[in-house]
Write a protein that binds this ligand. Structure first.
Ligand code: ADP
Ligand code: ASP
Ligand code: MG
Length: 417
């Protein structure tokens, strides 16, 4: 049994969906779990539906865009519009509309998960039926019957024990199963939950772990893991082999090609992860495995944008002691801030955070009660692993460095863009 995962880029239009079919055909795997995420940028589009709904009490217009996008793809994949898939997808949109019209909750995270998850439900349905029509027999599986989580909507934590049981009960170990990435369900009321943006890679790893899969392949629009983010760096090189440890570090620092949570379950069972291009499926891509040396051994450049750097100092020039820092971490946790980097001195403490839930104002208010607070929004964190000082110097040129941290292997720079 192997696990494949196809992300939004690989299914963004009808031609790409056809390409996914040819990738599967070329792979010639008999026993596969195929994890599908929402098509193209549909998760973003559904996020608009949620914000329209909760802030403007309307959703018809933004939902129409999502509807039209899928029906354009359907028309190309199933010419003639008489196929039952049209009414099946239509029914999913009716179900979603029914939820939006009848929902009484104003809990943003709850509503978000009930709505945004339709991206994965719809895409996996379309792909399952398209495969069946084109010679790939498969079973469509509702991932919410397998991935069981807590009710921390938008960032749900997996209950591994129940998930393992459900996966072994519901997944046929032979043949091809098509399921969704990113989504799960909490166990009390069975409401849909999501695992955090870009979480489909993680879903693939959860299935692989629970099924003791032979390997996981995540199919991307890049040749594999590169030594720098190709959106910001022009000369990038493919890393053909990296260790789990290196991959976790790169993903954690922001190499968004792999979701950071993906690696740990795979590492625990020694399941190799392949990152390959859906455009050149026969190329080797990147293999992530146990203890393999970085190949080639070069510096890696990662960046995270839109962060906030907060610098705190005590109001009375007293030392920043453990109790102060303890309070800071308590509030960071309370306001769901993700800590990217910290640095402290005798009387100051700096923390670089990402504010995924829009709680910055509330956090600053809290911090001002106890500290003198300075902050910079829209900063970028550059991380250079296995750095060469000459490359770091070149990177720093013409940039305003707000903070620098260096260890033996890694240099990090917080830069005001
Ligand atoms: P999908 O959602 O389709 O699975 P993602 O968009 O999440 O794929 O991940 C692929 C993208 O990750 C690439 O298009 C690339 O822009 C970006 N990326 C960032 N850092 C790296 C890196 N170090 N190597 C390769 N791609 C990277
Ligand atoms: N569709 C979800 C997202 O865009 C999950 C994923 O693609 O991994 O975040
Ligand atoms: Mg993605």
């Amino acid at each position: 049994m192997k696990v494949f995962k196809f992300g939004g880029a690989s299914t963004k239009d009808a031609d790409n969906v056809k390409n996914v079919l040819s990738v599967i055909n070329q792979a010639e795997e008999k026993d596969l779990v195929v994890v599908i995420s929402a098509m193209g940028k549909i998760t973003n589009a559904l996020e608009y539906v949620v914000s329209d709904y909760l802030t403007n009490a309307t959703f018809q217009h933004s939902l129409k865009h999502v509807y039209d996008y899928h029906f354009e793809i359907l028309k190309e994949l199933f010419p003639g519009s008489s196929h039952s898939i049209f009414s099946e997808v239509d029914a999913l949109f009716s179900e979603l509309t029914h939820f939006l019209k009848n929902n009484k909750s104003d809990n943003h995270a709850f509503v978000y998960d009930q709505v945004v998850s339709y991206g994965e439900i719809i895409s996996s349905k379309i792909i399952s039926i398209y495969f069946s029509e084109n010679g790939i027999d498969n079973t469509w599986l509702d991932g919410r019957h397998c991935i069981k989580t807590d009710d921390n909507f938008r960032d749900a934590r997996v209950d591994w024990e129940i998930t393992e049981q459900k996966i072994s009960k519901n997944v046929n170990p032979t043949g091809i199963t098509i399921t969704q990435g990113f989504i799960g369900a909490e166990s009390v009321n069975n409401f849909t939950t999501t695992l955090g943006r870009e979480g489909s890679d993680y879903t693939a790893a959860i299935f692989a772990y629970c099924l003791n899969a032979e390997s996981v392949t995540i199919w991307k629009d890049v040749p594999g893991v590169l030594n720098a983010d190709p959106r910001y760096f022009t000369q990038t090189q493919l890393l053909s082999k990296i260790s789990y440890r290196e991959a976790i570090e790169l993903a954690f620092y922001g190499a968004s090609v792999i979701h950071p949570k993906t690696l740990q379950p795979l590492q625990r069972k020694g399941i190799p992860l392949y990152v390959k291009s859906f455009l050149s499926p026969l190329e080797n891509g990147t293999c992530v495995g146990e203890g393999v040396a970085l190949e080639p051994n070069i510096s890696c450049f990662i960046l995270k944008k839109d962060l906030v750097l907060i610098s705190l100092s005590s109001l009375d020039f007293s030392f920043m002691m453990e109790d102060h820092i303890g309070d800071v971490f308590k509030w960071l946790h309370q306001y769901k801030m993700k800590v990217e980097l910290i640095q402290n001195s005798a009387i100051s403490f700096s923390v670089c955070i990402s504010d995924k839930f829009g709680n910055l104002e509330a956090l600053l208010k809290k911090l001002r009660e106890k500290f003198s607070v300075k902050w910079n929004e829209n900063v970028t964190l550059y991380t250079i692993r296995h750095f060469d000082p000459i490359e770091v110097k070149a990177l720093r040129e013409n940039k305003q460095i707000l903070l620098k941290q260096e260890t033996q292997e890694t240099v990090q720079l917080v830069i005001k863009e």
